[in-house]
Design a protein around this ligand. Structure first.
Ligand code: 1CP
Length: 349
């Protein structure tokens, strides 16, 4: 029974610093490619036995301290009524892109046990298969990052359509965000009921905003999700499940991010971890923050960076080691295995 990750999320003392890696299941692992070679990505997400298999791969191979549900942040968008496809080169494509009242009105707030039952089945299966070996993290896209894909119809560089809706049609944006926020809240409740032991909200694109706009157009909805989840857990007498909030490009936004209500804050690599901790406050519980591309360094150089991050984290109430963003498909798996070993060894008191 390894509960080091959950202890660190709660700010309790741990024997060593726990580590998991964003996108730890994925194309850099030959074992993942083998499974993925047989089915397309969406089929993989929707087949609980296969999704559970690739979720567990990094536990066996890397020896990380937590498993993260294999799925995608765009699964709930399909459940809301949009068409979703994943293209090899272009990435996700959602259609029709949301640009007017008509398309927003057609969206529903789905019942997760009905429209996304395969996710909850995967979680239930994983809890059985993991049998307490490591805790299971559930996740959702944060409302704003989810909205960018719905409004742009794909990934984007400058998010023109999204910002244009925010600035030119604020009522339309709010009506869309209300639906997404309700969907994300119900989806995370269902994941927790099915057995998720922590949940992470991914706000990958939150860093495109000024601090004021971030607060108004992204963070306010995250706060709603977190408040609802905490109130619900309290009223249902469900033991508190740690909530992790990850924002890409964190540095300019920490004074806003720290008010999110989340238990743990994900930090990217563009800021020193001790500076981030100072700005969040001494009871900060942080997750991060190695540059994913530092995994292409020789191992003795990776080691220096691990020691540096562990040192900088010492002022935090809690630290979960992670990358500052997802591991890239080209990453040498041996370096990821070595990273986990280094974090475990050098943090042991
Ligand atoms: O071909 C393949 O196998 C598909 C590649 C892939 C994978 C492995 C995609 C497509 N999604 C995933 C899994 C995934 N996505 C996980 C699984 C669990 C794990 O971490 O091991 C998670 C948590 C996500 C979350 C996700 N999807 C995010 C947020 C995290 C992040 O990295 O910023 C985002 C933005 C997506 C959208 C997405 N899914 C896939 C692609 C190619 C994209 C687009 C990314 C972009 O817009 O640049």
């Amino acid at each position: 029974m390894n509960d080091t990750f959950l202890k660190a999320c709660r700010g309790e003392k741990t024997e060593y610093t726990p580590i998991w890696i964003m996108r730890q299941a994925g194309r850099y692992l030959p074992q993942y490619q083998k499974v993925r070679g047989k089915v397309d990505f969406l089929t993989l997400c929707k087949t609980p036995e296969l999704a559970a298999e690739v979720t567990i791969q990094p536990i066996d191979i890397l020896k990380v301290d937590a498993a993260i549900l294999f799925s995608d942040i765009l699964i709930p968008v399909e459940a809301m009524g949009m068409d979703l496809e994943f293209h090899e080169k272009k990435g996700p494509v959602l259609s029709p892109a949301l640009r007017d009242e008509g398309t927003v009105k057609k969206l529903s707030v789905p019942d997760p046990e009905d429209k996304m039952k395969f996710v909850m089945d995967t979680i239930r299966l994983l809890r059985k298969e993991l049998a307490g070996r490591v805790p299971l993290i559930g996740f959702s896209g944060a409302p704003f990052t989810t909205a960018t894909y719905m409004i742009e119809g794909s990934t984007s560089k400058n998010f023109l359509n999204t910002k244009r809706m925010i600035f030119q049609s604020p009522d339309l944006y709010r009506s869309l965000m209300d639906k997404i926020t309700a969907t994300v809240t119900e989806y995370l409740k269902a994941q927790i009921k099915a057995g998720a032991q922590a949940v992470q909200l991914f706000d990958t694109w939150g860093g495109i905003f000024s601090p004021q706009d971030f607060r108004d157009y992204a963070l306010s909805y995250v706060k709603k999700v977190i408040t609802e989840l905490k109130t619900w857990q309290h009223s249902e007498k469900i033991p508190p499940v740690p909530i992790i909030y990850f924002v890409g490009e964190t540095a300019g936004l920490l004074e806003e991010i720290k008010t999110s209500g989340a238990d743990v804050h994900g930090i990217d690599w563009r800021i020193n971890l001790d500076d981030a901790i100072k700005r969040i406050g001494s009871n900060a519980i942080v997750q991060g923050n190695l540059d994913p591309i530092a995994l292409f360094l020789p191992q003795n150089k990776i080691e220096q960076r691990v020691k540096d991050i562990l040192g900088r984290a010492s002022s935090a109430q809690g630290h979960i080691f992670n990358l500052g963003h997802g591991v890239l498909p080209e990453t040498p798996p041996d370096n990821v295995i070595a990273l986990v070993e280094m974090v475990h060894n050098y943090s042991r008191k």
